[in-house]
Each structure stands twice: as structure tokens, then as C-alpha cells.
Design a protein around this ligand. Structure first.
Ligand code: LLP
Length: 432
């Protein structure tokens, strides 16, 4: 839940607005985003890491208002597609504070990035180096980072672990065949030979939903020696080191978050130690939190449509959303909680499974949660920690339509994104 959320009778106030009122006014399912919570999370990063660059990872969730909030709070933006890039720039996000990622950026995306003047492009493959070398010019030189695979396994699910070699991102640190240099060293060499590419540093991203500082320290242990080898081979001390994102947030009571203060202290200390050991100037640190900025600021509100008791004793509480607005349980087995809002209940708690409305049995939102035993059609259920990787990953499955997003602040609600309607689908359906 957002830090300032509180119970108010039978309801929950988020940003001073009762979730039941949001549901009544905007319909369900509906996503609610607490502006103050997003802003405060940005500020917490700036306080904990005052000398570092903090880029919000737009893939967690992006719309014009969120771009504006993080920009005003002094964060940069990590984008991973031409779409995210164009949206941010058209919303006035300064291009020089944008970092472009991606293992397979198209030539058009790279051209747009160079033309718009993005601050950094994180280079992820050899073909990309060749493409960028042609796109950059005397008038349009491009600052780049090399994405390195540090050989560190971390993250909540195999699908999001990007720190080891057998996955698609980045350049390996392992030596090449018959004594050849590693792909990472080769990438650095090639970029440094390109007159219009300016190599400003190294990047890595380990994975997502990491609650422990140790993997980040292990990554530093691999990256700083690479900085030293770049200095030895080319006589240049790269000024930046980007440790990516992946900072964990709790989805249910008692789950750990990455402790930001501890992370900041441990990472800066280890970086200084390693740099002094290798006689390197300390590079400027960058981080790219996505989930930790918007995740806990969001709440999903659903209406119960049916309740069914299986012969085996399970209670299925089916709501009006599901895997089309939150695919995370189906994709990663992610666990959530749900709370009855909008009415009082004295009924004892009983275990229930909150399921969606989609046409497959795996459409489960919350596999197991204690709800009042009298939960019934018409009730509202709130699912917290819904601000990251829900709407950004929402789909058009079953033509249900993606829910609207409502920002709440100081007791007022305003719609940031409207509900997707059948007309939206019809407009794309031009074949007949
Ligand atoms: N930087 C890079 C290069 C990334 O690839 C990512 C996430 C981030 C930063 C931000 O990670 P965060 O701080 O949000 O964990 N859909 C998955 C998460 C995929 C993350 C992909 N990359 C999920 O719902 O768990």
C-alpha cells in the first residue's frame, strides 16, 4: 500500500480518496496511482544517492503524467523502445536525461534516438555498434554505455534474470575462444575506434525484484576490474557506472524491500574501495529503479462477479479483470493479496482464490487469500502493489479492454488514461 493509505471505515483512502468512490465514479476494474507516493519514492532515491544519476525505468509504467512527475523530481528516464522514447520526448522530457536500452533496437529507433539527442544509448550487440557508428556524426556525436553481463544470478523468476551469460542481453565477460578477449572488451575496443561514438561508461542489469544488496556488490566486483582493463588498454578512465534496476518491493505483508539506505551505503563504499585498489577515479554511479518507484503507489480495484465453491473445497471469487490487466501471476507465479472494501463484514475469514474473467483456468489473480466468508457478487476487492508491470503489460485478450488509470492526490481524483473501449479495437480492425 502507499505509505499514506489508511483505513476509513469500510473503505481505504489513497491520496485522500476512498477507493470505493473511485470505483463508483470511474467503474471497475480500475487502477489508482498515488501521485504523492510516486514523488516521495523519487525523492527517497535522490536523498539516498545524492551524487548518483537515478533513471526511472519506464517499462514499469509510463504515461505523460508519470513522465512529468519523475522529471520534476529530478530523475532521468530509462526507455527501451521507440514508443517509450517518443512518448517521453513529446511530453517534454528532456532528451539528454533519457537512456535508451534494448537488445534489438531497430535502425529506426537508433536513428530517432541520435536525432532527438538522447543522453545515453546502452549498446547491447556488435551489429548495434556498427549501426550507431553510421548514424552518429560530427554534428551528432553519441554518448554510449556498454551493457556487460556480470555473471551474477539474481531476480524473482528465470524470465527476469539478466545477469548471467545464457540470456539475450549484453556482452559477456568470459574470455573468448583460444585466448581471445571477452565480448565486453571487444565491444569497448570497437566503440573506442569509432570517431563519433563517445564511450562514457559501463552498464549492467542483474534482474528484477532483488531484496538483497549482495548481488550488486558482486556485480561491482566484476565491473570495476573491467574499468581498470579499459584504462590499461586505452588509457581512458570511463566516468560512469550504471548498475541497472531491480530493487524489490513487498507485494504482501512481511515481504522484504531492498533497503535503499543500506544499498546506497554498501554500493558506494564498495565502489570506492575497488577503485582505490585499482587506482581508478571513482565513476559516477547510476541506477534504474522501475518497480520501486511506481509499484507500491498503485492499487487495482475489481468488482466481484461470481462466487463458486468447488467440490474440493476451494472458493473461487471471480472478478471483472484478470490476466489481461495483470499477467504477472500467470507469467511468474507472482503472489498478491486482496482486501474487501466498500462494505463492512462480520463474517469469519475464509480462504479464497481470486480469479479473473478470462477464458483459461490459469487466469488466477490471487491463488490464496483470506476474505470474509460472505464475499459476494457486487463486492469490491482492492489489490495493492499494482503500479508497476500491470498496465504496462496489459493486453487486449478477449477484447475486455484495458482499465483506466486514475491519479489521486490531496483528496482529488483525475483520470490519466481512459478505459479502452470496443471502439478502440474497431478502429484497428480495418479488414472488412
Ligand atoms: N533497467 C533495465 C535495463 C531493465 O531491463 C529493467 C527491467 C529495469 C532497469 C527496471 O527493473 P525494476 O527496477 O523495475 O525491477 N515484467 C517483470 C519485470 C521485468 C523487468 C525487465 N527489466 C515483472 O513484472 O516482474
Amino acid at each position: 500500500w502507499p505509505a499514506a493509505a489508511r483505513r476509513d471505515g469500510d473503505d481505504v483512502l489513497v491520496g485522500g480518496v476512498a477507493l470505493g468512490h473511485v470505483a463508483a465514479r470511474f467503474g471497475t476494474p480500475v487502477y489508482v496511482l498515488d501521485e504523492a507516493e510516486v514523488r516521495e519514492r523519487c525523492r527517497a532515491y535522490r536523498r539516498a544517492l545524492p551524487d548518483a544519476e537515478v533513471h526511472y525505468a519506464a517499462k514499469a509504467f509510463l504515461c505523460g503524467a508519470v513522465a512529468e512527475w519523475v522529471e520534476q523530481e529530478g530523475l532521468g528516464l530509462d526507455v527501451c523502445s521507440g514508443g517509450e522514447l517518443e512518448l517521453a520526448v513529446t511530453c517534454g522530457f528532456p532528451a539528454e536525461r533519457i537512456v535508451l536500452h534494448g537488445n534489438a533496437k531497430s535502425p529506426e529507433e537508433l536513428a530517432a534516438a541520435v536525432r532527438l539527442g538522447v543522453g545515453r544509448i546502452v549498446v547491447d550487440s556488435f551489429p548495434e555498434i556498427a549501426r550507431l557508428a553510421v548514424l552518429a556524426s560530427d554534428d551528432c556525436p553519441q554518448d554510449v554505455l556498454v551493457r556487460v553481463v556480470p555473471g551474477v544470478a539474481a531476480g524473482h523468476h528465470p524470465s527476469v534474470r539478466t545477469g548471467t551469460d545464457e540470456q539475450k542481453f549484453g556482452f559477456s565477460l568470459e574470455p573468448g575462444e583460444s585466448g581471445a578477449v571477452s565480448a565486453a572488451v571487444d565491444a569497448v575496443d570497437r566503440i573506442l575506434h569509432q570517431p563519433h561514438l563517445r564511450l562514457v561508461g559501463l552498464h549492467c542489469h542483474l534482474g528484477s525484484q532483488i531484496a538483497d544488496t549482495a548481488p550488486y556488490l558482486a556485480a561491482l566486483d566484476r565491473l570495476v576490474p573491467l574499468l581498470a582493463s579499459v584504462r590499461d588498454r586505452h588509457g581512458v578512465a570511463l566516468p560512469e557506472l550504471d548498475l541497472g534496476g531491480g530493487h524489490a518491493v513487498p507485494y504482501r505483508r512481511g515481504e522484504p524491500a531492498l533497503d535503499l539506505e543500506e544499498f546506497a551505503a554498501a554500493v558506494t563504499t564498495r565502489l570506492e574501495q575497488l577503485c582505490s585498489r585499482h587506482r581508478l577515479p571513482v565513476p559516477r554511479l547510476a541506477v534504474e529503479p522501475g518497480r520501486a518507484v511506481t509499484g507500491p503507489a498503485g492499487v487495482a480495484v475489481y468488482r466481484v462477479l461470481t462466487v463458486k465453491h468447488s467440490p474440493g473445497g476451494l472458493t473461487f471469487v471471480a472478478v471483472d479483470g484478470g490476466m489481461s490487466d495483470n499477467p504477472r501471476p500467470a507469467l511468474y507465479g507472482s503472489r498478491y493479496t486482496a482486501t474487501l472494501i466498500g462494505r463492512a463484514s462480520d463474517a469469519p475469514l475464509a480462504e479464497a482464490r481470486v480469479v479473473g474473467r478470462h477464458c483459461e483456468a490459469g487466469d488466477v489473480l490471487v491463488p490464496s487469500v483470506e476474505l470474509p466468508a460472505d464475499v459476494r457478487p457486487g463486492d469490491l476487492l482492492a489489490v495493492p502493489a499494482a503500479g508497476a508491470y500491470h498496465l504496462s503489460m496489459a493486453s487486449g485478450y478477449n477484447l475486455v479492454g484495458r482499465p483506466p488509470l486514475i491519479a489521486v492526490r490531496d483528496g482529488a481524483a483525475r483520470m490519466l488514461m481512459r478505459r479502452e473501449t470496443l471502439d478502440d479495437f474497431r478502429r484497428r480492425d480495418i479488414g472488412r
